[in-house]
Write a protein that binds this ligand. Structure first.
Ligand code: 6GU
Length: 231
């Protein structure tokens, strides 16, 4: 997959996505990540890309034209354009799965108070990563690209590592343990040492359901066979 990010601050995205699993995916060519900077399309020699809001108010607004041109530089036939904004629909695992099926994504990061509203018609989707306000869309782009990249074929080593996990079946995951079997007086649940795979699977299912009920009652239990709508 190829992802191009329209941003004034490419290093905020390039650096965190150069490490660990996503860094490896880039090195192996499973993810191609590029950048397009609205600053390169400013109309004046100072590189001005923001201006005061019509109607007054605090902060600055990103101008439509430099953002539009930065999108145009990387957009091609079949590109899916995503605008990152706290006003967007909330990103979740289902949307990560859908985005991971696209060949080419362009993620547009707002900064300052946001982008001139007239650019929004250039986007196929407006996305938020949660109900809080960031200084810009860059950390959101990192989160989206990370969640999408780990779903790409060949990125995760273990075959089902992206299948049996939190949210994929609408539940929080059961707890994990590794050696030593007793750590500072705390024991690993005995069933996990039993070697009985059916019992272990049943224990994990019960743990996941109990944890989800306590911590995230909003995550409704999906029908066992059909899976959650939209997945
Ligand atoms: Cl995508 N952008 C900003 N600035 N804040 C956010 C966000 C995005 N998602 C949650 N908060």
């Amino acid at each position: 997959m190829r992802v191009d990010v329209v941003t004034l601050f490419p290093d905020m995205i390039d650096a965190p996505l150069s490490e660990s699993i996503v860094g490896r995916a880039r090195n192996e060519g499973l993810l191609e990540l590029g950048f397009s900077n609205p600053r390169d399309f400013a109309a004046d020699r100072h590189g001005t890309v923001d201006d005061r809001p019509y109607g007054g108010g605090t902060g600055m607004v990103m101008m439509a034209e430099p953002v539009y041109r930065a999108i145009g530089k990387v957009k091609r036939k079949g590109t899916y354009v995503v605008l990152l904004t706290p006003k967007g629909v909330r990103f979740d695992q289902g949307l990560a799965v859908k985005l991971s099926a696209k060949k080419h994504l362009v993620l547009v990061c707002g900064h300052y108070e946001g982008i001139d509203e007239r650019v929004s018609s250039s986007a196929d989707l407006e996305l938020s990563i949660g109900d809080y306000v960031l200084t810009g869309g860059e950390p959101a782009a990192v989160a989206v690209i990370d969640a999408v990249t780990r779903l790409l074929p060949g990125v995760l080593r273990k075959k089902d590592a992206a299948v049996n996990e939190t949210f994929t079946d609408g539940l929080l995951e059961a707890p994990h343990y590794t050696r030593p079997g007793v750590w500072r007086g705390k024991k690993v649940p005995g069933v996990l040492l039993s070697g009985d795979h059916a019992r272990i699977a049943a224990w994990r299912r019960r743990s996941a359901e109990s944890l989800t009920g306590k911590r995230r009652p909003d995550l409704k239990k999906p029908p066992r066979a059909a899976g959650r709508k939209g997945f």
